[in-house]
Design a protein around this ligand. Structure first.
Ligand SMILES: C[S@@+](CC[C@H](N)C(=O)[O-])C[C@H]1O[C@@H](n2cnc3c(N)ncnc32)[C@H](O)[C@@H]1O
Length: 244
């Protein structure tokens, strides 16, 4: 799909996160002189906003998606942050750098094979009295067969929001803030996720690429609106690590 814009043309974040949520989140974090690490950073927008907010903070981001990392690097340079931000192409689950004061992991638990494994792995990379911002899916209600099919998921892949917070506590974190993406954030995310496909289809109706783009757009819309909308939630947990 070489003639279709990449996701970052339409999305600020590759997760259902409004700009106002990101601003409040960044403002809530102890960023002074902080080492901020983002595992599964995508194009690293949240990491860049953390580092931009605090001149003494430094950032490291890791993602397997080479084009996203390249875009994140050019954004870091454009915002004058390149000397304080390093973005690496790599497997987050195999990352072995220095622990962070503030660790970010939003929508990337699958890199570890699931929520429980991700929390255990992430715990080792947060310094005492540090923070983990963990963005993770959960079921807002018992999942319907349509939702499970749309997500190619099993019931056990996620629990409720309460289950998710208890998993975090069980992994050694304290829950400092618990929030979930609103319906507006979800709908904005899913609409903009498909934005480049829909723009393309307004001007290109025929041909193999149009067929491929239409199949993707229609499949995505069906999975979202007839499948997991209102069933899949997305939590933003700010988790603390005790110092003692
Ligand atoms: C839903 S996106 C979230 C990206 C970013 N955290 C954000 O909120 O904008 C999930 C990201 O995880 C990345 N990813 C998947 N498997 C990975 C792995 N094993 N190591 C590092 N990143 C991975 C994908 O490339 C993608 O950028």
């Amino acid at each position: 799909m070489s003639n279709v814009d990449p996701l970052w043309v339409d999305l600020d974040f590759n997760s259902p996160m409004a700009g106002c949520r990101a601003s409040a989140l960044v403002a809530s974090l102890p960023l002074r002189a902080a080492r901020v690490v983002d595992l599964g950073c995508g194009w690293a927008e949240l990491l860049l906003r953390c580092v931009a907010a605090e001149p003494t903070a430094t950032g490291v981001g890791v993602d397997t998606h080479e084009a996203a990392i390249t875009h994140g690097r050019s954004e870091a340079a454009a915002r004058g942050l390149a000397d304080r931000v390093t973005l690496q192409v790599g497997d987050a689950a195999a990352w072995s750098g220095e622990p962070a004061d503030v660790l970010l992991c939003v929508g990337a638990s699958h890199a570890w094979g699931g929520t429980t494994q991700a929390l255990a792995g992430l715990r080792t990379f947060v310094r005492p009295n540090g923070r983990l911002v963990f963005g993770e899916a959960f079921w807002t209600r018992p999942p319907t067969p349509e939702a499970l099919q749309a997500l190619d998921a099993d019931v056990d892949d996620y629990g409720s929001l309460a289950d998710l917070v208890e998993l975090a506590v069980g992994a050694g974190f304290r829950p400092i803030a618990v929030a979930e993406a609103s319906t507006d954030e979800w709908d904005s995310f899913e609409s903009r996720y498909a934005g480049a496909w829909e723009r393309f289809l307004l001007t290109e109706a025929d041909g193999a690429e149009a067929d491929e783009v239409r199949a993707r757009a229609d499949g995505h819309r069906a999975r979202w609106l007839c499948g997991y909308r209102g069933v899949l939630g997305f939590a933003y947990l700010t988790l603390g690590v005790p110092s003692g």
